[in-house]
Design a protein around this ligand. Structure first.
Ligand SMILES: [Zn+2]
Length: 101
């Protein structure tokens, strides 16, 4: 049981007092009031959630969407390759054209 100045008015209050007898401030012996602490906690909580959601969103945007594109583009990529004997002959023709020039 010791006395400390009220954080609001400076009135000497007991460290365990719930309210200042001089001005009525809550938790007069504490540096910040319970309301302020709750406010800071809720602000910090909000910032943490914004960071978490931002990180998840960024991860989806940079990893998830390219991955989804790979999945949806796969049917085109998985078309069976033609055996060498059935390759189109167009490349050979274009080589002949280049030689003439
Ligand atoms: Zn006070």
């Amino acid at each position: 049981m010791s006395l400390t100045p009220c954080r609001a008015c400076g009135h000497a209050v007991d460290t365990s007092a719930l309210a200042c007898p001089g001005c009525g401030a809550t938790d007069p012996a504490k540096k910040i009031s319970r309301q302020e602490r709750d406010l800071y906690f809720s602000i910090a909580h909000t910032i943490v959630w914004i960071c978490v959601l931002g990180a998840v969103g960024w991860g989806l945007w940079t990893v998830g969407i390219p991955r989804l594109r790979q999945i949806f583009d796969r049917p085109v990529a998985l078309q069976p390759a033609l055996p060498d004997s059935m390759q189109p002959i167009a490349p050979a023709l274009s080589e002949d054209i280049q030689d003439d020039e």
